[in-house]
Design a protein around this ligand. Structure first.
Ligand code: HT7
Ligand code: ZN
Length: 875
């Protein structure tokens, strides 16, 4: 497989002004006719026309009305080249495809008998020959023709300009997109669907038609997506002055989809998981996911669609920025500072749980990668979540207003252009008159920087000196790193727990100072400090770094009780818990007793019963670091020891705090009609965490509590939480509850996914049980949601069983990667990533993991997707 390098970018030889596409849709034999008006690109020194095409059957190719024959053009690999062509050409191309045979869910495919497309990143080339690269932006007109009975709904991008019958049982619809766009934003849907629709008044007075399209029977689950869409439109108008530029905006839900959703211009296509919700079938987490993803795709309309990427190395230009925008949207929708802080804590958790390990593993890459084999492998937590952190740091450094000025300048300069991450950085710098040259290293250097802090209090001088030192570990291809430009938000707490008023270099700095660390090491001197402070460093997680500070338990307990910054307050609790989990894991390994100190339990108790704190914050503060997070802190991972240690800790909490947990369980009930708002969801979260701790030390009363909740729950959040508690504690009613749950929801695909997922992650589920579940009639590898629910949740979410000492989990993983690869390489290569960290496991496991990787790597016919992942893991 060929590696593509960022440094090799060359502009396209020809540009496309207009594209007229005609589709005669048939599952076995779809005819695609395309007419491209092209002009030579004055910025290119290359010769000839270059079109991408994959698995296409070429029927005819005409240039300026003349049929071309083999010899006039050359097809090799994924390229069709016409070596000599005039400056202005019209190409007419007819190709054939068989969408029903397409199991990759990339390009044009059939799902539940309906047609859908997925073109990002390079799917358009499997629909027709085209310069399928994001820097070729063209105006599209699309004519769809299909059987009227089977496919009554015909949708594409932009505005509907014509529709009618063709007389032979077929009908047509013609769509025109008024904006130039790259081919990856093309979409069509031909389907039997129904919609919820509404007219929505935009800020400029125009009315837009909003539609949410779903399969018949799901119209009772579209309200929240519609509400989220309206909230998103309003939010982008208010926060960034960005308006919907179309008369119509459509969301379509499809059950077979590789990712979360896709921002096709005016025709967003969504995984059903991020559209369908009602209290009976969706949890609080599902509702929050819908709001975030609907927002994310809508916000792409400006950050991604109107201003797009020059090449795929710039992916974070749109993804990092749009994740940041959806994070801000979700935080603003809650509306309170404490609610905002909880969303921030959840972001930090994701980053640590998924992105830090990626940055430390064989697939580590900069936010703007330098090379790839398969671009689909680079839709990563680094490009998305770390990319969002990079965008957030602009806002931290420049302030909200400064950030907005930068955004305004970015759109003023680059509307309807395909640009680079550097252009965004330049807009931020120029709009604020700031030098952000060093900030570029966040885009070019991989790895998680480590900031080591040390403090020295000089009582005589009334000064506190904070020394910050930065370093960054080597990553593949990048042995040495240069210093980053790191905003470090710092506060100082007095013995009372109150924030001190800060004076830094003689200037007043409020209660939180933003220190700019740009050198390998810098000392910042706070003056007017009357007592030895406890420093609260990296408030609000002001940069995606690991912070090392020699905190004593006493200092952490002080921060856990008092820090005015909720993120650092939570962080102090996580540090206390992690320290103990590591000690207990070591004790399991050496056969020692697993003791948990009263100080920690008392600190947990204090937070649990503190009614002045939001329930959502309390839930987060009491949630222990996950087993995989503990593993990340160890040089040699023993998954079973981690599991036992964490279970022991949960058991101790469950017994020691039983009275308080029961009281909170009762105090945080949410009777009455279900609402997914943050306060109610926070209460359910705390109540269900209390149930989980109680169930970690179960007796008949606790089992009855869980059983009662399962039987009486009026919403899916409580239902699932009770079911998980019953199963994890192996309660007598567990098997029956599982059966009843399936019987009640066997018609709801997304709930059946939960049913598989709960079992996959249960501590009692071993490989043999997963293999049994795969025989269930509802299981299929072809549907990515279903494959993820069982196989991914087992391989990634059940470490003690997946890493069984006999290597059976690894053999299972290898089988499933290969089986999936034959159907859907994008999904297969995501599963392949489960082995990224194999070098960190105990030697006996390591050997078997390596063996499994070698087995996949040596198994002949592998996709580029999987090949890239396993070969990098083995390098
Ligand atoms: N921009 C979208 C990316 C996406 C995608 C990428 C590769 C393969 C399938 C895909 N489906 C969607 C999603 C987003 O970030 O909004
Ligand atoms: Zn996106």
């Amino acid at each position: 497989p060929q590696t593509i390098y960022r440094k090799d970018y060359t502009p396209p030889t020809y540009l496309v002004d207009t594209v007229e596409l005609g589709f005669d849709l048939d599952p076995d034999r779809t005819i695609v006719a395309s007419r491209l008006a092209m002009v030579r690109n004055p910025d290119s020194v290359g010769e000839g026309i270059e079109l991408h095409g994959v698995n296409l059957q070429l029927v005819t190719l005409r240039m300026n009305g003349k049929t071309l024959h083999p010899g006039d053009y050359d097809i090799s690999g994924d390229m069709l080249r016409i070596p000599s062509a005039p400056d202005e050409v019209t190409l007419e191309i007819e190709t054939l495809t068989a969408p029903v045979k397409n199991t990759t869910l990339n390009g044009l495919y059939v799902s539940n008998g309906n047609f859908f497309t997925q073109c990002e990143a390079e799917g358009f080339r499997s629909i027709t020959y085209f310069p399928d690269r994001p820097d070729v932006m063209a105006k599209f007109t699309v004519m769809l023709r299909a059987d009227k009975k089977k496919y009554p709904v015909l949708l594409s991008n932009g505005n509907l300009i014509d529709e009618g019958d063709l007389g032979d049982g077929r009908h047509y619809a013609k769509w025109e997109d008024p904006f130039k766009k790259p081919s990856y934003l093309f979409a069509l849907v031909a389907a039997r669907l129904v919609c919820q629709e509404e007219t929505f008044r935009l800020k400029d007075g125009r009315d837009a038609l909003l539609q949410v399209w779903v399969e018949d029977g799901n119209l009772d689950k579209t309200d929240y997506a519609m509400q989220s869409l309206k909230n998103s439109i309003r939010w982008d108008e208010e926060r960034f002055g960005l308006e919907l530029d179309l008369d119509r905006f459509m969301i379509v839900a499809v059950s077979d989809f590789n990712m979360g959703a896709m921002e096709n211009k005016g025709l967003n296509i969504f995984n059903t998981k991020f559209v369908l919700a009602n209290p009976r079938v969706a949890t609080d987490v599902d509702y929050a996911g819908i709001e975030a993803v609907v927002g994310h795709e809508y916000f792409h309309n400006w950050t991604g669609n109107r201003v797009t990427c020059r090449d795929w190395f710039q992916l974070s230009l749109k993804e990092g920025l749009t994740v940041f925008r959806d994070q801000e949207f979700s935080a603003d929708m809650i509306g309170t500072d404490s609610g905002r802080a909880v969303t921030r804590i959840e972001q930090v958790r994701t980053l640590r749980q998924a992105q830090f390990p990626e940055d430390a593993g064989p697939m580590a890459h900069p936010v703007r990668p330098d090379s790839f084999v398969e671009i689909n492998n680079f839709y990563t937590v680094t490009v998305y979540e770390k990319g969002a952190e990079v965008v957030r740091m602009y806002q931290t450094l420049l302030g909200r207003e400064g950030f907005r000025k930068g955004m305004d300048l970015y759109f003023e300069r680059h509307d309807e252009q395909a640009v680079e991450c550097d252009d965004f950085r330049a807009a931020m710098a120029d709009a604020n008159n700031r030098d952000l040259a060093q900030f570029e290293r966040w885009y070019s250097q991989a790895g998680t920087p480590v900031v080591t802090a040390s403090g020295r209090y000089d009582a005589g001088a009334g000064a506190f000196a904070l020394t910050l030192t930065q370093s960054c570990p080597p990553t593949p291809g990048q042995p040495d790193k240069l210093p980053f430009h790191i905003p470090v938000a710092v506060g100082l707490l007095g013995a009372s727990g109150k924030d001190m008023h800060l004076t830094l270099d003689g200037a007043k700095a409020g209660t939180t100072a933003i220190l700019e660390l740009t050198e390998p090491s810098q000392t910042f001197r706070f003056t007017g400090i009357k007592e030895e402070p406890t420093p609260s460093i990296l408030r609000d997680f002001s940069a995606p770094v690991v912070l090392e500070y020699p905190y004593t338990d006493e200092q952490l307990l002080h921060l856990f009780s008092h820090d005015s910054d909720p993120v650092n307050r939570w962080e102090a609790g996580q540090r206390l818990a992690m320290e103990r989990l590591l000690k207990m894991t070591a004790a399991v390994g050496s056969g020692n007793k697993l003791a948990l100190d009263d100080t920690f339990i008392d600190a947990m108790r204090k937070i649990l019963v503190d009614a002045s704190l939001d329930a959502a914050f309390r839930e987060n503060a009491l949630l222990l670091p996950s087993e995989s997070m503990v593993a990340e802190q160890m040089d040699m991972v023993n998954p079973q020891a981690i599991h036992l240690a964490r279970q022991a800790m949960r058991h101790t909490i469950g017994t020691s705090l039983r009275k308080e947990l029961l009281a909170q369980y009762e105090a945080n009930q949410t009777p009455g009609e279900y609402s997914p708002d943050a306060v109610s969801a926070g209460k359910r979260g705390l109540k269900n965490l209390a149930l989980a701790y109680l169930s970690a030390a179960p007796d008949d009363d606790i089992n009855m509590l869980a059983q009662r909740q399962f039987d009486r729950a009026g919403n899916m959040t409580d239902r699932v939480a009770a079911l998980v508690s019953l199963i994890h504690s192996a309660a007598p009613g567990a098997a029956d509850a599982l059966e009843r749950f399936y019987a009640e929801f066997d018609n709801e695909a997304l709930v059946v996914d939960k049913w598989f997922a709960i079992q996959a992650a249960a501590p009692g589920t071993d490989v043999a049980a997963v293999r049994e579940l795969m025989k269930h009639p509802a299981f299929t590898l072809k549907n990515p949601n279903r494959a993820r629910s069982l196989i991914f949740n087992f391989c990634n979410g059940n470490p003690a069983q997946f890493h069984a000492p006999d290597g059976s989990g690894y053999a299972f993983w290898a089988e499933q990667v290969k089986a999936l690869d034959a159907l859907n390489p994008q999904v297969a290569s995501r599963l392949a990533r489960s082995m990224d960290r194999w070098r960190r496991y105990a030697p006996a496991l390591q050997t078997q993991m390596k063996g499994a990787l070698q087995k996949v790597s040596g198994s002949g016919k592998l996709s580029n997707d999987v090949n890239e992942v396993v070969s990098k893991a083995l390098t």
